[in-house]
Design a protein around this ligand. Structure first.
Ligand code: ATP
Length: 371
């Protein structure tokens, strides 16, 4: 136990059941001090319950919560050095922005309240509106006041519960960049709960993908995206084309041949689960190319839909066995295909990943919120 960093947050077999329903199965997780961590998953997967247990707002039915070596499982919420920023800002409407932020410090008799509040207001770029009332500010600015009010306490852990959910898309994107900058500047541990995969990937150093009360996969955004270990992660974190395939013999150069719909395809051996014979061979839409690439992996099909999305064009290509593959091509001046055209779809062996075929190919796909 002594190996944990001084301020790491550790969840040890943390569990929550509501009567006969288990919302969070025994969860083991270490969140390094100073990291930006995301708990990502569809509605009902247990992420808010986990967050509420860390905050002390929900009592675990089992397990422990530690910050460094100090066990806070039985500590009251207000005695934990943990603050939460909610989607609803819960600001005091009759107080100015400055008074809202300084409130907690003044109540505790902190003589440096003025300097501390001003400093954190500068950090969230609200120094100019310190004397305004919250209602005079936009939603995005109010959310920053709520953030400043939490940060001014310099909590060991800052919890963010879908904090950007009430903002429109453009503002949300701006705030994601802003939140990441602020986290890097203050160096505190941020734990962010969201069902928005893009939001998690934009901001977090590490993401725990939750499904039905358990962590499905934990990793940095690129690894989760490039090497999902389940169809749920492959579908929930971005889009995947999954081809049913049978594993054949390997070759010396670290590549394995799999047979899919009467076609031999190659996949890098380390992207194949050990011992699997039937797999889903996954390829991300942007890894597929229209046209021959000179490599071993190509399939022929017919273009059934073309959607121009600005930076890229999305094609739906129907395979002879009826499956539709999604191909996303950057609009970089390369040739485009038209509706009804016969095309070749190709990809590099290292861009494929294989998942055990005993899992449902569409796990998690219906849960993605494209809003
Ligand atoms: P959302 O984003 O919708 O809040 P979530 O992933 O945060 O989803 P939780 O709020 O943690 O999920 O809920 C997990 C499960 O626990 C859900 O099925 C929910 O219905 C159940 N649950 C949560 N609180 C209670 C409660 N007080 N009593 C009974 N069941 C509960």
């Amino acid at each position: 136990m002594g190996e944990a960093g001084k301020g790491d947050l550790r969840l040890v077999a943390l569990t929550k059941s509501f009567e006969s329903f288990t919302a969070v199965h025994p969860l083991d997780l270490t969140i390094p001090q100073g990291s930006f961590f995301a708990l990502l998953g569809p509605s009902g997967c247990g992420k808010t319950t986990t967050l509420r247990m860390i905050a002390g707002l929900e009592e675990p039915t089992g397990g422990r919560i530690l910050i460094g070596d100090s066990d806070i499982t039985a500590t009251k919420a207000y005695q934990r050095n943990v603050n939460t920023v909610f989607q609803s800002y819960a600001l005091f409407p009759h107080m100015t922005v400055f008074e809202n932020v300084a409130f907690g410090l003044r109540r505790r008799g902190d003589k440096a309240f003025r300097a501390k509040a001003q400093e954190v207001l500068e950090l969230v770029q609200l120094g100019q509106v310190a004397t305004k009332k919250p209602t005079q500010l936009s939603g995005g600015m109010q959310q920053r006041v709520a953030l400043a009010r939490a940060l001014v306490n310099r909590p060991d852990v800052l919890l963010l519960d879908e904090p950007l959910g009430a903002l429109d898309l453009k503002l949300r994107r701006q705030m994601q960049i802003e939140l990441k900058r602020i986290q890097q500047e203050v160096g505190l541990t941020f734990i962010h709960v969201t069902h928005d995969q893009e939001e998690a990937m934009t901001m977090a150093d590490s993401i725990a993908v939750m499904n039905a009360g358990s962590i499905e996969q934990l990793g940095d955004p690129a690894t989760l995206y490039e090497q999902p270990r389940s169809t749920f992660v492959a579908n929930f974190l971005g889009q995947s084309n999954l081809l049913k395939a049978t594993v054949g013999p390997g070759s010396a150069d670290g590549v394995v041949t799999v047979r899919s719909h009467d076609t031999d395809l190659e996949v890098v051996r380390e992207h194949l689960p050990r011992g699997a014979s039937e797999v889903w061979l996954g390829v991300r839409p942007e890894k597929l190319r229209l046209g021959e690439s000179g490599g071993p992996n190509h399939l022929r099909g017919v273009v059934r839909d073309v959607s121009f999305t600005g930076v890229a064009t999305q094609y739906i290509v129907e395979m002879p066995w009826g499956q539709e593959l999604t191909v996303v091509q950057q609009n970089d001046g390369s040739a485009r295909a038209g509706l009804g055209e016969n095309v070749t779809v190709s990809w590099a062996a290292e861009h494929g990943f294989a998942l055990d075929a005993s899992q449902a190919a569409d796990a998690g796909a219906e849960l993605v919120d494209h809003g």
